[in-house]
Design a protein around this ligand. Structure first.
Ligand SMILES: NC(=O)c1ccc[n+]([C@@H]2O[C@H](COP(=O)([O-])OP(=O)(O)OC[C@H]3O[C@@H](n4cnc5c(N)ncnc54)[C@H](OP(=O)(O)O)[C@@H]3O)[C@@H](O)[C@H]2O)c1
Length: 240
């Protein structure tokens, strides 16, 4: 049996202009794929494409806007794998429940959950039936934090969406990656001292490299017998 490879396949990364998504785009390119990235700001898409180089293309799309998502996939055409890493890091869902603005908190689902569903709905007419979809949740799903119950709930919704779709959309495979603390641009405002403190007690005592997390997405694209799974990449955070 030949070793699975993405050579000659088309991989779409929504959220591919930075962080984990950018690392997925780089890793897919390195494995021989043709990569198409999408995100909401043209400056971000252009800057990422300039760094990714040959084999990569991209377009602007806003995951909050169903018509824009449909137009993105109509532009992309036939493809093999979708990685969904788009996320907007709103803070409205954190804090004491008694003070929660429910309308603002509900918007926390807009990009990560409803955006993923918009993407899947409009990807399907173009997605190979031998292909895959990989969603993204986060470690708070399994390790709740004080003042953050909605992060656990939203992550759970994404993981269970992946499981439900794995049955509903079979033979297309659907999985989710659950990252721990991963050193992307979103941590730029957090001091090194605080990050060291946050990661010191982990079995692997440092923040994750986006390139390491990207390998989980690549495995889920290539692992032809894996569906409905959550792949946790957290340096062992869940264990301690
Ligand atoms: N980094 C971590 O420690 C960590 C831990 C656990 C879970 N996660 C999850 O992993 C995912 C990626 O995180 P990250 O650290 O890589 O974040 P990031 O660097 O901020 O990347 C987010 C990506 O999503 C895009 N995006 C945001 N809003 C969008 C919209 N409305 N439409 C289309 N694209 C949009 C951004 O580009 P534009 O601004 O151009 O739209 C960017 O490309 C998030 O869902 C996050 O919750 C991250």
């Amino acid at each position: 049996m030949p070793v699975p490879s993405l050579r000659g396949q088309r991989v779409v990364v929504l959220g591919g202009s930075s962080g984990i998504g950018y690392a997925v785009a780089e890793a897919a390119l390195a494995d021989g794929a043709q990569v198409i990235i999408g995100s909401s700001k043209s400056t971000n898409v252009e800057a990422a494409l300039a760094k990714l180089g040959p084999g990569a293309s991209g377009a602007v799309t806003n995951m909050r806007d169903e018509a824009a998502v449909q137009a993105f996939f109509d532009h992309v055409g036939p493809f093999d794998h979708l990685a969904y890493t788009a996320g907007d890091w709103d803070r409205a869902r954190a804090g004491p429940i008694a003070e929660l603005d429910l309308a603002a908190a509900a918007l926390g689902m807009e990009v990560r959950f409803w955006g993923a569903l918009r993407a899947i709905k409009h990807a399907l007419p173009h997605l190979s039936h031998k292909g895959s979809i990989t969603l993204t949740d986060g470690v708070r799903t399994h390790k709740p934090g004080k003042g953050m119950p909605l992060s656990s709930a939203f992550g759970g919704a994404i993981e269970h969406l992946a499981k439900g779709l794995a049955v509903d959309l079979a033979p297309v495979r659907v999985n989710s990656v659950c990252p721990g603390i991963v050193l992307t641009e979103v941590w730029n405002n957090v001091s090194e001292e605080r990050l060291t403190k946050m990661t010191a007690g982990l079995p692997l005592p440092q923040a994750g490299d986006p390139a390491d997390v990207a390998q989980a997405y690549i495995y889920l694209m290539k692992g032809g017998y894996t569906t409905g799974q959550v792949l946790i990449v957290d340096g062992g955070l869940m264990l301690v």
